[in-house]
Ligand binder design. Structure first.
Ligand SMILES: Cc1cc2nc3c(=O)[nH]c(=O)nc-3n(C[C@H](O)[C@H](O)[C@H](O)COP(=O)(O)OP(=O)(O)OC[C@H]3O[C@@H](n4cnc5c(N)ncnc54)[C@H](O)[C@@H]3O)c2cc1C
Length: 613
């Protein structure tokens, strides 16, 4: 007899997306089950033991501002904190932290365990259970989710399910000619969920990603490397963390050599990426070493970072040498790195191919258009990265709970959050390679800084009931302090100019303001930085708002019904065909049609303007 359990929301998979999804649904009061194949791999970092970086840090701070888990977990377990791009303006800063991989997992698991309304259960989901949707009409889903069946003759019933199965759907790992079924080294694969999705008429496609080898740290000659220490003033990720106090560890920097590149070239006939053994596309911005050697053949060296996997292990992650070359080539390659002549590999690098579900099949809430109540988040949507996964997970989990409560979805706009950019890109453009976040994807990036994520998003989270009361109270105190400091700066003058105006000058720093008005010395570092950045950015933000307003007005301009694209001179045949097929109503919509470039759009604008002039 099948045993059945009842919940409001089920989340499948306790990776970075699943954890945020489950915690968000539970925070909104939904009785939530987080089902995962192994409770010992909750929040596991499949690849790089690090969180954040340029573009990604903004996502982590936004997830945190919405009450998420990731920022708190990395603050508690980071072993090295650095702000990347420090020489650029605050909008381009990318806080990044190396994690103690195991401690990070344990911390995430603890936070999950301590979340009210949430049950973590070790279960392998084999099938989605649906029934025909009774809501008729154009645009309505054909199916409605009612639960999942798990291995061992049991079922879970719920009206909303969030699927976050990562790299595990019909996954195959490659190391040289060897192929093993599994979504991550030492783990299995999931076939039933793919069958269910295909059976419901959902399109599936394949992507690939890869990881480098890990070394036994006791076999490394560190004296030959450049040391990379952490920042002296480590910045926390979570708005709830006062300061990072744990001891920081160093990482090391070294480089590949021309001999290594020769060795790789000589073995390309055994590289699954080049023999046709791997047919799917991987993340362009995280290429394997064999890919780098071929694509950038003019370079005879690439940087490598040696990063500890934790405080209580000597295992070392070799960042920059992701590969699926055969084992013997990996051994030889590593020993050609100065300082690694005696190094022993503990885990070989590999590539993994897996099913993902193209995200243009989702609404902006991350709910499937075909199956009501079924939400998707994370790598299964064709993204790559822990931060991208967490961001989607939080939104999908919140929306699962909001749907059941009969409330409108949490949909963030592109000018509100990087999360809004991420999800809008996914659902309107789809993906043709694993999607990762960059600051360049966000047209409002001057306003969407990591440092102001709480001011942008915690009030929204508070309105929904997603943010914890102490987070909201903390933000209120901070906002009041910011207002107070602003008023003081506007009131105090130096040689006839207010301190607020003085701070607009690049040569006048916060320290100069404190020297002029010593009572400012008590202002916290966080508040001082916020006020200073607000003042310095005010002019740019005003210009940016004007530019975007002009752009918005342009995007809203209508394209006449039945416009004949064959009359647009120099327009590419492919663009002509696409536009004639989709028939966008506005320039904005035309710009979002897949395959349409800004240059195509400019030609259409020109053609229409010459018609009306
Ligand atoms: C080899 C490898 C290399 C990678 N390289 C990079 C990289 O270079 N850069 C980068 O940014 N990202 C990389 N990633 C991707 C990164 O790991 C993912 O982006 C991130 O982990 C995605 O989070 P997720 O929550 O979507 O999925 P995951 O972290 O994969 O979590 C999925 C979870 O679902 C569970 N699960 C799966 N099927 C079932 C089922 N049927 N029932 C119950 N539970 C299930 C799994 O056990 C797991 O806990 C790599 C991943 C791998 C495997």
């Amino acid at each position: 007899m099948t045993i059945s359990y009842d919940y409001d929301v089920i989340v499948i998979g306790a990776g970075h997306a699943g954890v945020e999804a489950a915690c968000a649904a539970a925070r909104l009061g939904a009785r939530t089950a987080l089902l995962t194949t192994n409770c010992d791999t909750v929040g596991q970092m499949s690849c790089n033991p690090a969180i954040g970086g340029v573009g990604k840090a903004q996502l982590v701070r936004e997830v945190d501002a919405l009450g998420g888990v990731m920022g708190r977990a990395i603050d508690a377990t980071g072993i090295q904190f650095r702000v990347l791009n420090r020489s650029k303006g605050p909008a381009m800063h990318g806080p990044r932290a190396q994690a103690d991989k195991k401690l990070y997992q344990m911390e995430v698991k603890r936070l999950v365990e301590e979340t009210p309304n949430l049950d973590l259960r070790q279960e392998a989901v084999e099938e989605l259970i649906v029934e025909p949707s009774t809501v008729a009409g154009v645009g309505r889903s054909a199916w409605r989710i009612t639960g999942v069946r798990v291995r061992g003759d049991a079922a879970y019933r719920a009206a909303a399910v969030v699927l976050t199965t990562g790299t595990f759907l019909q996954a195959v790992m490659h190391t040289g000619e060897a192929q093993v079924a599994g979504g991550r080294a030492g783990e299995g694969t999931t076939a039933g969920v793919s069958r269910s999705l295909a059976g419901l008429g959902l399109r599936l496609d394949r992507f690939k990603t890869g990881t480098p080898c890990r070394l036994a740290g006791t076999t490394i000659d560190y004296a030959q490397f450049e040391e990379q220490p952490g920042d002296v003033d480590p910045q926390p990720f979570s708005f709830l963390t006062d300061s990072v106090t744990q001891e920081q560890l160093v990482c090391w920097i070294t480089r590949t050599t021309p001999e290594i590149h020769d060795l790789i070239r000589a073995n390309l006939h055994r590289a699954p990426m080049f023999t046709g053994q791997i047919g799917s596309r991987g993340p362009r911005y995280c290429p394997s070493i064999e890919d780098k050697v071929v694509r950038f053949s003019e370079r005879d060296s690439h940087q490598l970072f040696l990063e500890p996997e934790g405080r209580h292990t000597r295992e070392i992650y070799v960042n920059g040498i992701s590969t699926s070359l055969p084992r013997d080539v990996q051994d030889a390659m590593i020993r050609l790195v100065p300082g690694l002549e005696q190094a022993r590999i503990m885990r070989y690098g590999y590539a993994v191919e897996y099913d993902y579900c193209p995200p243009d099949q989702l609404a902006a809430s991350l709910e499937s258009k075909a199956v009501a109540g079924l939400f998707f988040a994370g790598q299964v949507n064709g993204t790559t990265g822990y931060e991208e996964a967490a961001a989607q997970g939080l939104v999908a989990g919140a929306n699962a709970a909001l749907l059941l409560a009969g409330r409108g979805p949490l949909v963030l706009d592109r000018d509100q959050a990087y999360i809004g950019v991420l999800i809008d890109d996914l659902v309107t453009r789809g993906v043709d390679e694993p999607y990762r976040m960059f600051t360049s994807r966000a047209e409002h990036r001057l306003a969407l800084r990591h440092d102001n994520a709480d001011r942008r998003l915690t009030p929204i989270a508070a309105g929904l009931g997603l943010a914890e009361p102490h987070r909201v109270a903390r933000l209120e105190v901070k906002l009041a302090e910011i207002e107070g400091v602003r008023a003081t700066l506007a009131a105090h003058r130096v040689r006839g100019t207010t301190l607020a105006d003085m701070l607009k000058r690049p040569e006048f720093s916060w320290q100069d303001a404190v020297a002029a008005l010593p009572t400012l010395g008590v202002v916290s570092r966080e508040v001082a930085a916020q006020v200073e950045t607000d003042i310095r950015y005010a002019g740019y933000l005003a210009l940016d708002r004007d530019r975007l307003e002009r752009q918005r007005r342009m995007q809203e301009r209508l394209i006449p019904e039945g416009f004949d694209y064959t009359t647009v001179r120099h327009l590419r045949a492919e663009a002509r065909e696409q536009l004639a097929r989709i028939r966008p109503r506005t320039f904005g919509q035309a710009g979002r049609v897949s395959g349409i470039t800004p240059a195509d759009l400019a030609l259409v604008v020109l053609a229409l303007e010459s018609r009306t002039s």
